[in-house]
Design a protein around this ligand. Structure first.
Ligand SMILES: [Zn+2]
Length: 382
């Protein structure tokens, strides 16, 4: 394959890329709009079908549609490209603020997170195939419910299952404004502490009560003291509730905690520490239970495989005059599942911009072709 031809092909397709992105952005595809998610999945699937991919739509009626596509190459290596077709924004957002371009930036719901990245991946593949490349097997899997952490579908399992044995996995998630890609990301969970005490009148019977709020207050301090910034292990008491009226000893209090970690070992350490805190007792007569150790997202652990893949991307960036940096992110993504499957993975390969999950979200238009070239050269170089 001739790399220069491919780069020229991508440059020549810039207008077409912007038009395709506009089409995707101008379809509301939040969790409240399964039809919109399905429509975006179909547009993506049709483009892949034009490149002779075998396309499969995994439909969850009333929830969302995932799109999975495969194309065989002449060799044995397996490339996987992942991402999502849903956005965080509800019905009507497109009508309020449709796709617009100003000062070299594109705006609109999901333009950065991550319809820009989806566009980058599709055109990188198209340019590779048009330049005569076909020596690796390619799998594309885009989920329809990433923004809600796949609560009602088996997307997480599918990511893990499909990633098994892959040579390299690229997640086309949101990139930052700079030239970073992510070799690691935190996992997170939201356990809830529920303290049960004994209700009593705060005047007549105070000593007969057991104050659940006071017990919880001690426990929140203990939880906060587990914080270990040096190893990226963090705890945030995010929501508390408890009590009914001021003149009664409260018999119930609860806190939801956001826990983040870089490794599964740290996750397990955090769970053990939280259980210890739950078992402690400060206010006699209270008991504490913890609900929900379900992971919202599993950590994308920094592995030698991820570093190997980063090195390939860094070298291809140099050819394009870009200094690609490796970073570890505090947010989570589906790359955690592919790393767990043992596949070298890189995240945030998508379009560059800022302010995702907000109305200010934008991408740098120039990053569409830039990132498509970076991805195409990297896939070729593996
Ligand atoms: Zn995203």
């Amino acid at each position: 394959m001739n790399g220069d031809v491919m780069i020229k092909t991508i440059d020549a397709k810039e207008k077409e890329m912007i038009g395709f992105l506009e089409r995707l952005v101008n379809i509301d595809s939040g969790a409240d709009n399964p039809a919109g998610i399905a429509e975006v999945a179909r547009i993506v699937g049709e483009k892949l079908a034009q490149m002779n991919f075998e396309v499969e739509y995994i439909e969850h009626p009333g929830i969302c549609t995932h799109v999975k596509a495969k194309k065989r190459g002449t060799g044995d290596q397996e490339i996987m490209i992942i991402g999502h077709v849903d956005t965080l924004f509800g019905k009507g957002t497109v009508a309020e603020r449709p796709f617009t371009i100003k000062d070299g930036k594109a705006f609109g719901p999901g333009v950065l997170d991550m319809k820009g990245g989806v566009t980058v991946a599709l055109f990188a593949l198209q340019a590779l195939y048009e330049a005569g490349w076909n020596d690796k097997n390619v799998t594309v899997f885009l989920a329809g419910d990433e923004e809600t952490n796949h609560p009602k579908t088996n997307a997480a399992e599918l990511f893990e299952q499909e990633a098994k044995g892959k040579t390299a996995v690229f997640n086309m998630e949101t990139a930052s404004a700079g030239q970073a890609v992510l070799v690691g990301r935190k996992g997170n969970m939201h356990p809830e502490f529920v303290v049960t005490g004994v209700a009593a009148h705060a005047g007549a019977d105070l000593t007969k009560g057991a104050n659940a709020i006071v017990e919880l207050a001690y426990k929140i301090i203990d939880i906060n003291n587990l914080m270990d910034h040096a190893r990226g292990l963090t705890f945030n008491a995010g929501v508390i509730s408890g009590g009914v009226v001021a003149n009664a000893v409260p018999d119930r209090a609860s806190v939801k905690v956001d826990v983040r970690y870089l490794t599964l070992a740290d996750r397990d350490k955090a769970i053990a520490s939280l259980k210890e805190i739950a078992a402690k007792n400060y206010v006699p007569g209270t008991t504490t239970e913890i609900a929900n150790f379900r992971e919202n997202m599993t950590p994308m652990e920094v592995t030698p495989g991820n570093k190997w893949l980063y090195e390939i991307v860094r070298q291809q960036g140099e050819k394009l005059g870009i200094k690609v940096e490796a970073k570890v992110g505090g947010g989570s993504s589906d790359s955690g599942w592919t790393v767990r499957a043992g596949a070298p993975s890189l995240c945030s390969m998508g379009a560059r911009g800022e302010f995702n999950h907000s109305a200010r979200e934008y991408i740098f238009l120039e990053s569409l072709t830039e990132r498509a070239k970076l991805l195409a050269l990297s896939i070729h170089a593996i």
